[in-house]
Design a protein around this ligand. Structure first.
Ligand code: NAD
Length: 420
């Protein structure tokens, strides 16, 4: 199977000719501005020092500072962060945010770490990468297995070393440290706004549409919850341990409460609901209206695309569909709402957080959500217009819009490759 980076380049290639991208600019877009790779040393609870591979990829800053999450996962690699940073560049452009693309990660099996080890790992990462981060240089945020607490440790570490206060250097922070209301739920909520306004915009919405969600973490949960509140039927949910299905639909908040108590969704029951346990592969093959992959890259592939029966795929995860699987799914008539717009709610509220930090303002939740809805709906409308006017599929149309903005920024002299 191709690496996520090879997939990301293949997706960029889709619009190279369409946009007539000059060779020099294409070369720049294809490769991150810089990829920093370090081995970080962490003192473990038993007194040993362990080394972890750590990365930061800064893809492009022609529209503004690099922006993107930090992931802690056993499969993190140089190629993965390169792909994720490229997708961040397109995402920020698609949402008209004055930011570029970055991504970082540590190759680590997080479940094996104590809280104290997790803190030392976070602080060690921040200390190693300190010169590359800053509210006007590169602004990290949470991603898989990282959260507000991890951001707080990292920010504290760099502020202590540098002797400065720069809360806009990290987003997704706890509220007490300058975080924004609405940030935790923003990616899932944004995904819901994209889905709902897209379906309504193309006239294909009907009450009680059924949804299967793969990955019940931050993004999967909040998407499911917002869709449930709006009357969609959440018929299947999964995590890395397996899936649950019920034709009558779940209340995501109840499932989350059960999972938090028991550690998994296994054995979940709800009054009056018949629950079937199944594998993640079975979930992908369900005959439902919408499939929302919200776990990791490469979950819909050439090996399993043929089982997929849905009308819509909403890519809440980054890079869940491989290009070869996508080609076949498009032939089958499946509409794929791409990650670059579907999961951009998180970075949009991260942008609001950054603005609040830089202007010393605190926005109400209503204001954050109102702005989020406006920004996401505007992006969806741009997408619907391009699909209609140019007859493109959704990913090509999204890339056409997003990559064009980055190319124009570069042509206008944007992007300073700062020397470190
Ligand atoms: P998370 O760690 O909170 O949740 C990930 C979930 O996926 C967990 O429930 C985990 O059990 C599940 N999972 C892992 N492997 C799986 C598998 N093989 N099958 C089924 N489920 C599996 O992470 P998150 O923040 O929710 O991120 C999920 C995805 O969304 C990632 O691709 C991430 O890059 C993307 N994303 C996150 C944000 C954000 O703001 N958190 C923003 C944009 C995109």
């Amino acid at each position: 199977m191709n690496s996520p980076y090879e997939n990301a380049v293949e997706q960029l290639e889709l619009v190279r000719e369409l946009l007539n991208i000059p060779d020099e600019i294409y070369k720049r877009l294809k490769t991150p501005d810089r990829v920093i790779e370090k081995r970080i040393k962490v003192l473990m609870d038993d007194g040993r020092t362990e080394e972890f591979e750590a990365f930061r990829s800064q893809h492009n800053n022609s529209r503004g500072p690099y922006k993107g999450g930090i992931r802690f996962h056993k499969d993190v690699s140089r190629e993965e962060v390169m792909a994720l940073s490229m997708w961040m560049t397109w995402k920020c452009a698609m949402l008209d945010l004055p930011l570029g693309g970055g991504k970082g990660g540590v190759k680590v099996e997080v479940v094996n770490l104590s809280v104290a080890e997790l803190e030392r790992l976070s602080r060690a990462y921040a200390a190693e990468f300190k010169e590359y981060f800053g509210s006007e240089i590169d602004i990290p945020a949470p991603d898989v297995n990282t959260d507000g607490r991890v951001m707080a440790w990292m920010l504290d570490e760099i502020e202590k070393i540098k002797g400065i206060k720069d809360p806009g250097m990290f987003t997704g922070k706890p509220l007490e440290l300058g975080g924004s209301l609405g940030r935790i739920e923003a990616t899932g909520f944004g995904g819901f706004i994209v889905l709902d306004s897209y379906l309504k915009g193309i006239g294909d919405f009907h009450e009680g549409m059924s949804v299967a969600v793969q990955g019940f973490g931050n993004v999967g949960y909040w998407f499911a919850q917002k869709a449930y509140e709006a009357g969609y039927k959440i018929v299947a949910l999964s995590d890395s341990k397996g899936a649950i299905y019920s034709s009558s639909g779940f209340d995501p908040a109840q499932v989350l409460a059960y999972k938090n108590e028991k550690g998994s969704m296994k054995g979940y029951f709800e009054d009056g609901v018949k629950v079937v346990e199944m594998s993640n592969e079975d979930l992908l093959g369900l005959d439902v209206d919408i499939l929302a992959p919200a776990a990791l890259e490469n979950s819909i592939t050439i090996q399993n695309y043929n089982n997929i029966k849905v009308s819509y795929i909403l890519e809440l995860a980054n890079g869940p569909t491989t290009p070869d699987a996508e080609e076949r799914l498009l032939e089958k008539g499946v509409k794929i709402v791409p990650d670059v717009i579907a999961n951009a709610g998180g970075v949009t509220v991260s942008y609001f957080e950054w603005v609040q930090n830089r202007t010393d303002e605190i926005w109400s939740l209503d204001r954050v959500n109102e702005m989020l809805v406006k920004q996401m709906k505007n992006a969806v409308q741009q997408l619907i217009d391009v699909v209609r006017d140019m007859g493109l599929d959704l990913r090509k149309a999204t890339y056409l819009l997003a990559v064009k903005k980055v190319v124009e920024a570069i042509e206008n002299g944007g992007g300073i490759a700062k020397e470190f």
